[in-house]
Design a protein around this ligand. Structure first.
Ligand code: ADP
Ligand code: MG
Length: 457
């Protein structure tokens, strides 16, 4: 169980798990999603909140629920305080402060600051080749990254990696950086935004020569998210020269982007063709098997024995993005450990509901839900909207009510209108009945899960 030595972040995560089950989803998403456990001492627990407005709102409207959840998790009476992020102040001891870690730690190699203020970033110790799970979706990118790490400036120069978000590009850049740094080669990881800022300030301070020298001395340049350079012409020029300097002297350049060079609309042609000199590799979203392998590997890293069925459930529900996959697992594990409970299908489902990206939700419309429910129960839509009331039809109808209310947050009146003109009391009763029975009725739970999977995938 949780004690005061647990990090504030873990305590807060578990409290969020509790709150997620209690609060309406919109309220949870709006006010609690971007919060962090910051610190605690014997009597206080401090929560970091993005804005002063959110602090006021949480204090006024949600204090009771939050207070209760924190005390339940911490198993002691605590006064909860909210603070705007960036103004954290309670220094209740190093152990407690450790809890706040908004960014992955990058502490493997000491930070070096060059004389004109560029920070040479260290590499994240979590992002190594060993911890990268390989599947068909990322095989080429992985092998190319390894080849580059083994012999920088060799066959694949530049290496250009592209994929959607959260699929491992940054991870691979850091993995290359680790290997090079361990050989004593200077590898520099820089986001294109950082590069832009450095460049702009070099121009402003008339230190462009220093700027060039700084980059010219690098053996491996790891440039992340190059799409953000688009449109900044002067910065392009800076990058073009930097790139040429490095490339012509046989240094390695690795570039990532959210799209292939051909689709970087604002990129100058000469730059685009330079990128195409080397190897271009994309990373696809992982297949179900790879998602399961990733979850197993992450669970192992966390030292958690997790049921195969739960792993499969998460992998099926969270589909497109490894970052979301990892986030879901972390939420579930934190909940499980801190509440000292076994994780069940229901709690997994509920936690996942809150995590699955909003973008997936917004594409779902009421008709799509009604059609899915009808086809799952093998009725047509007219039957669902009609008056017949066999037990099976009535249940299917109530499942539709439940999903429309809980997933789309429609009002009971709207739902009633959609489902053949039923009044709102009938809808509230129907949705409530499913909400109550879903915990006990295994078949019902499987039905609802299958429908949700079909809707949200
Ligand atoms: P991107 O830069 O493409 O947006 P990241 O490299 O930041 O994605 O990856 C997001 C998260 O997913 C990171 O925590 C990373 O470690 C993890 N991740 C991505 N792909 C894999 C993989 N194949 N194996 C293990 N972890 C992965
Ligand atoms: Mg990235």
């Amino acid at each position: 169980m949780v004690n005061l030595r647990s990090s504030s972040r873990d305590v807060w995560r578990a409290a969020l798990g509790e709150l997620e089950l209690q609060l309406p989803r919109p309220a949870f998403e709006t006010w609690l999603k971007k919060t962090e456990g910051v610190s605690h001492d014997e009597h206080h627990f401090v929560v970091g909140v993005p804005t002063a407005f959110a602090v006021a709102w949480l204090e006024r409207r949600m204090y009771q629920a939050i207070h209760k959840a924190v005390e339940k998790v911490a198993q002691r009476s605590l006064d909860v305080q909210f603070q705007v992020a960036g103004e954290y102040s309670i220094g209740a001891g190093a152990d407690l402060q450790e809890g706040y870690d908004p960014e992955p730690r990058t502490s493997d190699t000491p930070e070096q600051t060059s004389r004109f203020g560029l920070t040479r970033q260290a590499f994240n110790s979590k992002y190594t080749f060993n911890s990268f799970v390989v599947g068909a979706c990322n095989q080429l990118a992985y092998s190319a990254a390894q080849a580059v790490a083994d012999s920088p400036g060799g066959a694949y120069n530049p290496l250009f990696l592209y994929s959607g978000v959260g699929l491992g590009k940054t991870h691979l850049l850091h993995a290359i950086g680790h290997i090079c740094a361990s050989r004593g080669q200077s590898a520099l990881y820089v986001t294109s935004e950082q590069f832009t800022n450095h460049f702009v300030s070099a121009i402003k301070n008339r230190t462009t020569e220093d700027f060039r020298n700084h980059y010219r001395n690098v053996q491996v340049l790891l440039m992340d998210d190059v799409q953000f350079l688009s449109g900044k012409e002067q910065t392009h020029e800076g990058f073009f020269h930097t790139f040429n300097d490095l490339h012509t002297s046989g240094r390695q350049v690795v570039i990532t982007s959210d799209r292939p060079p051909s689709a970087l609309a604002l990129l100058q042609d000469r730059m685009r063709s330079r990128f195409e000199w080397g190897l271009i590799a994309d990373i696809e979203p992982p297949s179900l098997e790879t998602r399961m392998a990733i979850l197993e590997s992450k669970a192992e890293q966390l030292n958690i024995a997790m049921d195969d069925g739960i792993i499969e459930l998460i992998a099926k529900r969270v589909q497109k993005n490894v970052r979301e996959l990892e986030g879901s697992l972390n939420r579930i594990v934190a909940y499980m450990q801190l509440m000292n409970v076994d994780i069940t299908y229901e709690s997994t489902m509920r936690i996942l509901d809150a995590v699955v990206s909003e973008s997936a939700r917004t594409e779902v419309n009421p008709d799509c839900i009604i059609e899915r429910v009808a086809s799952h129960y093998e009725f047509n839509v007219a039957t669902l909207e009609g008056r017949r009331r066999t037990k099976k039809i009535a249940q299917a109808r109530q499942v539709a009510m439940y999903l429309l209310i809980y997933e789309l947050e429609m009002s009971p009146t709207q739902v009633g209108r959609l489902l053949g003109g039923r009044d709102h009391a009938t809808v509230i009763h129907g949705a409530g009945k499913i909400n109550g029975e879903i915990n006990e009725d295994r078949q019902l739970r499987q039905d609802v899960l299958a429908i949700k999977e079909a809707i949200f995938s």
